[in-house]
Write a protein that binds this ligand. Structure first.
Ligand code: URA
Length: 317
């Protein structure tokens, strides 16, 4: 219980006059909080400020009431009154406080960063699933699964066939000889490996680098489909026949498919993604003719043009 002090309890008539005066002022000020909303665009801020002001005034007027009530009426539970009073204060702040992350307006750059971080997180989840996957026999034959790597916001997604020996050993895509040549193709396009995303149709190495089997593709393809959905690239470059055929659901040869844009069906309600098939860099290494290199370069120039990116001239940095 509180201590009564004589100064705290002025004479009855003084109290009545003061309380009456303060209530009148409070009552007279009540409409003020509504006025700014009619006259200002930024009415929410002004309204809140005005409301805060009138709340303080209201608090001043009422803050002594529990004490006075307790002094006048002995039966009143002072703790209860104070609790109610505190709850009322909480009601004011709670009602007007901005709550939840969605209500804070974000700058476009912040939104981009947040979206990129979210996409990277989703890709991580897929990579974790791929590392644990045992849907086909390759899961027990691999050294490492190779989920893919790169920029979660990439405009270009390169898709190969399946990891080879080097990729299986390191758990990273295109790190062997074919990968070094792919690095050169990406650099010739004026890009860095970290600008693009690189993945494969199969996430595990088939024994002796044999061709992927249909049942393996059926088990593994959903992971790539989800990666494509998350990255949402503007262009997919399919490296070699197995990648192009799987992504386009066709039996045509890579010779028939390469050199022109096709459409990857990205699912109901989603826009199709442009897809450029080209020769696999492993094929280029085996058939390293000027003609073949020229063909791949022609295909990549079309990709750059489609993205509105400059085509670097050979020999110029
Ligand atoms: N060949 C592929 O198709 N993918 C790789 O990751 C490496 C070589």
């Amino acid at each position: 219980m509180f201590e009564r002090t004589p100064e705290y309890f002025p004479g009855k008539s003084d109290k009545r006059v003061r309380n009456c005066g303060l209530r009148l002022v409070s009552f007279a000020l009540r409409p003020v909080r509504f006025l700014p909303s009619f006259f200002t665009e930024n009415h929410r801020t002004v309204c809140n400020n005005t409301y805060r002001f009138s709340r303080r005034l209201f608090y001043c007027v009422t803050s002594e009431m529990p004490l006075q009530l307790a002094a006048m009426e002995k039966d009143v539970d002072i703790n209860k009154v104070i609790r109610q009073h505190a709850e009322m204060e909480d009601f004011f702040t709670g009602g007007f406080a901005v709550k939840g992350k969605n209500s804070v307006p974000q700058q476009p750059e912040q939104q981009d960063n947040a979206a990129a971080a979210e996409a990277a997180g989703e890709l991580e989840k897929i990579a974790d699933e791929v590392h644990r996957c045992r849907k086909c026999d390759l899961g027990s034959l691999r050294t490492n699964a190779v989920p893919g790597e790169g920029n979660a916001n990439a405009r270009i997604l390169f898709v190969g066939e399946a990891p080879g020996a080097d990729e299986d050993a390191q758990g990273r895509p295109f790190v062997g000889r074919a990968g070094k040549l792919l690095d050169k193709v990406i650099a010739a396009m004026g890009l860095k490996r970290s600008d693009v995303f690189i993945a494969n149709i199969l996430k595990c190495r088939p024994p002796e680098n044999r061709d992927p089997r249909a049942d393996e593709i059926i088990s593994c393809f959903p992971s790539l489909q989800r990666q494509i959905e998350i990255i949402n690239p503007q262009i997919i470059v399919a490296l070699g026949a197995p990648a192009a055929r799987t992504l386009l659901n066709t039996n045509k040869s890579i010779g028939q498919l390469r050199g022109q844009f096709h459409e990857y069906y990205a699912g109901l309600g989603r826009a199709p993604i442009k897809l450029m098939p080209t020769y696999h860099t492993a094929y280029l290494l085996r058939n390293y003719s000027e003609e073949n290199r020229k063909r791949v370069w022609e295909d990549m120039k079309k990709v750059l043009a489609e993205l509105g990116l400059p085509v670097p001239e050979p020999g110029k940095k």
